[in-house]
Write a protein that binds this ligand. Structure first.
Ligand code: ADP
Ligand code: MG
Length: 342
């Protein structure tokens, strides 16, 4: 199958929202009245971000999910995306499954595929998403004129929250690379989190005007919270006794009457929660007097949130236990340049 047949068959769809979709030299997009565009790009490289033989349907889902997650972190509503695809061969079955996974998630968020590029080469998927966010007064006056939730808005005294659960994707990765054994049903759940993450778009939208800062968790909680601290010029204290409860295998095994520490140590669980990547949850801050509003946003979007710490004026990130005693921070965040694929 040729390039144009492949584009026509798998990547050309009606685009009612866009002025012009696939087929011309450019797509055309018009922001709604009073809106500005939020734009983000993420690339997935075989052997680096996924196993080369990964299930194409899951890969299609994940490639878009990681991009929608960036929009979620800004409180932007998804509108459209472009897809740059480098493929070793024009494998019809692969393209069919990939486009199904990709477009099912796109449809679920009303996000239109408006263009891209297709070339022969090593498997590589690059997506750019376009979202909409209202122009307007920021929560804090030092911020640009936007209702987008930025990394730079956190202030001393703000609460720190995390959505959903953390660490499962890392557990799955450890198990799939044979560095750890997990019971079959636990691995199945953890693997779903790794391969088909849920971007927290609804929560991001609900947090507009409430959250003072946010980031999505792609490289680990400590690293991504670190980005908020750095951009906001503040520090933080994080309660590890609360953070550990975010591990979903714990929730699962409690429901099943077991304990996660029959699978692995508390230390490993904490490592996965604090520095495991690929969860695509949100870490965000909000003023202490906005606790009821945060709970309402959580309820409205059907996404659990947990308060895990507080922003401090003093720079640096401090970990504490349930009694407020310091915990040594030995949980370095995943760094793509410090690690080579195993
Ligand atoms: P050009 O030569 O101008 O780069 P192409 O021939 O690469 O254009 O692409 C033709 C049309 O198909 C363009 O509108 C482009 O946006 C679209 N397109 C190419 N690849 C993809 C893809 N993987 N997904 C969606 N649209 C694509
Ligand atoms: Mg092209």
């Amino acid at each position: 199958m040729g390039e144009f047949e492949l584009i026509r068959r798998f990547f050309t769809r009606p685009t009612p929202r866009a002025v012009l979709g696939v087929g011309d030299d450019c797509a055309l997009l018009k922001p709604g009245e009073g809106m500005q565009m939020a734009i983000s790009t993420d690339m997935l490289v075989a052997g680096r971000h996924f196993f080369p033989d990964a299930d194409p349907r899951s890969l299609g889902h994940k490639a878009l999910a990681v991009n929608l997650s960036d929009l979620a972190a800004c409180g932007a509503r998804p509108v459209a995306f472009t897809l740059a695809l480098s493929l070793p061969t024009a494998d019809v079955h692969w393209c069919q499954a990939f486009s199904e996974g990709l477009l099912a998630l796109a449809d679920a968020h009303g996000c239109e595929l408006i263009g891209g590029d297709t070339t022969q080469g090593p498997l590589n998927i690059c997506i750019t998403v376009f979202g909409e966010v209202p122009i307007g007064a920021p929560l804090r006056t030092s911020q640009p004129a936007t209702q987008a939730i930025l990394r730079s808005g956190a202030q001393a005294g703000d609460d720190i929250y995390v959505s959903g659960t953390l660490g499962d994707a890392r557990l799955a990765l450890e198990a799939l690379q044979c560095r750890m054994t997990l019971p079959e049903e636990v691995l199945h759940l953890a693997r779903q989190r790794l391969e088909q993450p849920t971007p927290r778009v609804g929560l991001g939208l609900a947090l507009r005007g409430i959250a003072s800062a946010a980031a999505d968790i792609s490289d680990g909680l400590l690293g991504d919270l670190g980005h908020i601290l750095q951009r906001s010029g503040v520090g933080a204290t994080l309660d590890t006794s609360i953070a550990i409860t975010l591990i979903a295998v714990c929730v699962y095994s409690t429901r099943a009457g077991g304990q996660f520490d029959s699978y692995f140590s508390t230390q490993v669980a904490l490592q996965c929660v604090l520095s495991g990547g690929d969860d695509y949850e949100l870490v965000f801050t909000a003023p202490a007097d906005a606790r009821a509003a945060v709970q309402a946003a959580s309820l409205a979007s059907g996404t659990a949130v947990t308060r895990v710490g507080q922003i401090d004026a003093a720079p640096g990130l401090r970990l504490i236990d349930a009694h407020g005693a310091p915990v040594a921070n030995i949980f370095a965040s995943f760094d793509h340049f410090a690690h080579r694929p195993g």
